[in-house]
Design a protein around this ligand. Sequence first.
Ligand SMILES: C[S@@+](CC[C@H](N)C(=O)[O-])C[C@H]1O[C@@H](n2cnc3c(N)ncnc32)[C@H](O)[C@@H]1O
Length: 345
Amino acid sequence: MKLPATRYYGSKRRVVEKIWAALQENHIDFDSMLDLFGGTGIVSYYMAKKGKAVLYNDILSFNCEIATALLQSPKGVFTETRALNLLQRVPGRVYQTIIEDNFEDIYYPREENRLIDTVIQNISFLNDDERASAYYILFQSCMIKRPFNIFHRRNLNLRTSFTKANFGNKTTWEQSFESLFVKFTQELNEFQFAVLPRVEVSNMSALHCDREADLVYIDTPYFREKQSTAITYHNRYHFLEGLMHYEDIPDQINNEKVNREIKFGQNHEFEQRSHYIKDLNDLLSHHQHSIIALSYTSAGFPSIDELCEIIGQYKEQIIVCNLGNHPFALNHNNENRKEVLIIGK
Ligand SMILES: C[S@@+](CC[C@H](N)C(=O)[O-])C[C@H]1O[C@@H](n2cnc3c(N)ncnc32)[C@H](O)[C@@H]1O
C-alpha cells in the first residue's frame, strides 16, 4: 500500500505492513482498533484503509492535527492556492511576531521565523474542514527543514554552516516554504480519503483514554537498554506543540534551556523509565478485555521477555512476532535491534 512519508521519530511506516501480516497470520479477528500512542497516524491510516473502525489518540495535539488531516479531512478540499495564501500577510490584519522575537538563531533563520508567525496566525481564520490540512503542511515543512527533523537541540548552525550546495540535507533544508507547501498539499490530497472512514481522534494521555476497541495497539516511547537520560517526545517536538498554543508561547518558554523549550505538552507517563512498568500495568489492566498488540524493539528496556511476562498477567495467550531488523539498522547503534510485535489474546 502506498503511504505518506513521515518524518517522525519512531514512526511505524516501514513496518506497518508487517504488523498487518502478523495479525493476519495469527488469525486476529477485529473490527475496531484503538491506537493509543498514534504519533504520525500511519498505523491508524493503514487500518482505516483496511476498513477497520479506528480510534486514534496521542498526547501531543500537533500529532492529532496531522492525524485529522490524513484521516478526517476530505480529499480535494484543501488546495495549493489555499496553501500559498497562508504565506501572505493579509492587509489590515495585525500580526504578532512571537517566533521572530523569541527564537532568533535557534531553529530557523529570521525570515522563516516570520513566515511561521504569518502562517500560524492565518490558520486561525480557516474553517474546520481546512484547518488540520493547513497544520499538516506547516508541520511537515517545519520538520523537513530541521537537522534530524527534531527540536531537542539549538543547532541551526548545522544548517547554515554547510557550504556544499549539493550536500543532500542542505538542499532539503533550504527548500522554500512555498515549494514545500505545494509539495505537501499535493501529497496530502493524494492520501486523503474521498469517503471519510470510521475514525475518531482524541488528545490525552493513554492512561486517561477511556475508549474501547476489539484490538488495542500500544506503541509507547522506547528506552534504550543502556540509556541514562531519555529524550522525551516532548523534548523532540515541543516547538510544534507550542505552535498549537501560539499566543501563549512567551509565558511557556523554559529560559533555563538553551534551546528555549516550550512547556506545553510536557508529560511523564510512559516517558520515565522508573515508572514505565507501572504505567504499562495500569494500561493493560484497563484494556484486559481487548486483544493487545504491542510494538517494541529488542535491545530495549524492558526486555521482550519482561514484556511478555507483564502482558501474560492479563492475557491467556502471548505470541511474539519478529518483524525483522529495525528500519534504521544501518546505523551501528541499531545493529542488533529487531522490531517485534507482541500479541496478547
Ligand atoms: C513510538 S511513538 C508512536 C509512533 C506511531 N505508532 C507512528 O507510527 O507514528 C510514541 C508516541 O507516544 C506519544 N506519547 C508519549 N506519551 C504519551 C502518553 N502518556 N499518552 C499518549 N501518547 C503518548 C508520543 O507523542 C509519540 O507520538
